[in-house]
Design a protein around this ligand. Structure first.
Ligand SMILES: Cc1cc2nc3c(=O)[nH]c(=O)nc-3n(C[C@H](O)[C@H](O)[C@H](O)COP(=O)(O)OP(=O)(O)OC[C@H]3O[C@@H](n4cnc5c(N)ncnc54)[C@H](O)[C@@H]3O)c2cc1C
Length: 390
């Protein structure tokens, strides 16, 4: 059996590995010219950890993980207003919380492909697909650039929130995208002074209607993400200038970050993807393409790994196209409840992640400070883990 996988993000790479290990041929077509170096810091725990341990991916992820020691809120004057002892939180979550930079997570998934027998998985970067069509019981893909047409038993759309596979076979993006009223930008800068200040600490600005997250990486770099309220229908001007305007007054460290911001950083709507059925004929969606949960759920990477593992389990025993529909039903049966939980958690967080008033900031500080009371840390950590581990 042969699969074409569109997208070499976390979902696409892990799916390729699982299919390759199960004896399939997998051709991965990625639009970027090379693995994407840009990214942000991601929490990885709960179902994602379970899935990655089960499929043997966890050691690769653990190797590139960062050790966050504290998560803190900082006011515009640079004072810490509330904090969470991250190590204690990780401990209460069973010690199984990884902090991973998105590109590192992909490089770990790439390394894990070495376990697959040579020739089973083929990766092509810089591919601009021209057409995708059903062809009898199979699918055909025109990779563009004069490359020959590719035919496969299954086409896997792992091409992210703005999936071209979904648009080609399931319908236009507006039918499935559910914006949460915010945008998120992310970029990495080289800045030794900020790096020293934020090493091993994940710091969020304690600001109304917007927040900047900062983390000091290895090699004097700093990863940042900026989340801000934005009407999804508003006309947008240049990203860097918009970020500088919106985050003016958020603090000296944020100003410094935005001085170094590249002209056109990652910047996209914070949204969920709701698709009633993830497969039809010989096409299936996974990861953000099928069911983005949004960064507010803190589970997108984890869900991508879970979905790739579940798809691999379901497709592994398939040896003829007639067996595909039942296998794809099984994949959905396993993944739907996990996605429903993560998406519900993302929608709940949408109400509290960016407080609209100062009173909201004070309430959040109070909750976080209460974690220092004896026993409260356990209660709050258990609540979080219980919600996410279902
Ligand atoms: C700021 C931010 C913070 C986040 N924090 C967390 C967190 O803490 N924890 C967490 O678990 N998740 C987090 N997430 C979500 C997480 O990053 C995503 O859910 C996850 O990366 C989804 O993986 P994916 O492989 O499905 O899609 P993607 O990572 O989007 O990968 C899709 C791939 O497909 C390629 N592609 C797109 N279109 C085409 C095409 N037409 N042809 C070929 N290739 C194509 C893209 O170049 C890309 O390589 C965060 C997201 C953001 C934006």
């Amino acid at each position: 059996m042969k699969a074409i996988i569109v997208g070499a993000g976390i979902a696409g790479l892990v799916a390729a590995r699982q299919l390759g290990l199960a004896g399939w041929q997998a051709l991965v077509l990625e639009r970027s010219a090379a693995p994407r170096p840009d990214g942000y810091m991601m929490d990885f725990f709960g179902p994602g950890v379970e899935a990655s341990e089960r499929i043997g991916l966890h050691p690769y992820l653990a190797e590139v993980a960062y050790q966050v020691e504290a998560a803190e809120y900082m006011d515009p004057g640079g004072r810490v207003t509330a904090s969470l002892d991250y190590l204690k939180f990780a401990d209460l979550a069973g010690g199984n919380v990884l902090s991973l930079l998105r590109p590192d997570m992909e490089s770990a998934a790439l390394k894990a492909l070495d376990e697959v027998e040579a020739g089973r998985v083929q990766l092509r970067y810089g591919v601009h697909i021209e057409r995708m069509e059903h062809h009898g019981a199979q699918v055909q893909v025109w990779p563009g650039g004069g490359q020959p047409v590719e035919t496969a038993d299954l086409l896997i759309g792992a091409d992210g929130i703005h999936s071209a596979v979904r648009a080609a076979f399931f319908g236009p993006e507006e039918d499935f995208l559910s914006p949460l009223g915010m945008r998120a930008a992310a970029f990495i800068v080289h800045e030794p002074a900020l790096n020293r200040q934020f090493k091993n600490r994940f710091v969020l600005s304690d600001t109304v209607d917007r927040t900047a997250g900062i983390y000091g990486l290895r090699d004097s770099e700093v990863a940042s993400f900026l989340v801000y309220r934005q009407d999804p229908l508003a006309k947008l001007d240049g990203t860097r200038e918009r970020l500088r305007r919106i985050f003016a007054g958020a603090g000296g460290q944020v100003d410094r970050l935005l001085e170094l911001c590249p002209p056109d950083p990652y910047d996209d709507a914070v949204a969920q993807v709701l698709v009633p059925c993830w497969h039809q004929r010989a096409v299936v969606l996974i990861g953000d393409a099928a069911a983005a949960v949004s960064l507010l759920a803190g589970q997108g990477g984890a869900m991508a790994v879970c979905a790739a593992a579940a798809l691999g389990d379901a497709l592994g025993p398939v040896s003829s196209p007639e067996q595909l529909p039942a296998a794809l039903d099984e994949y959905e049966r396993v993944m739907r409840p996990k996605i429903a939980t993560a998406q519900a958690s993302g929608r709940r967080a949408a109400n509290s992640f960016l407080p609209r008033r100062k009173l909201g900031l004070l309430w959040r500080r109070l909750i976080l400070r209460s974690t220092r009371l004896p026993g409260m840390d356990r209660i709050i950590a258990r609540q979080i883990v219980k919600r996410l581990a279902k």
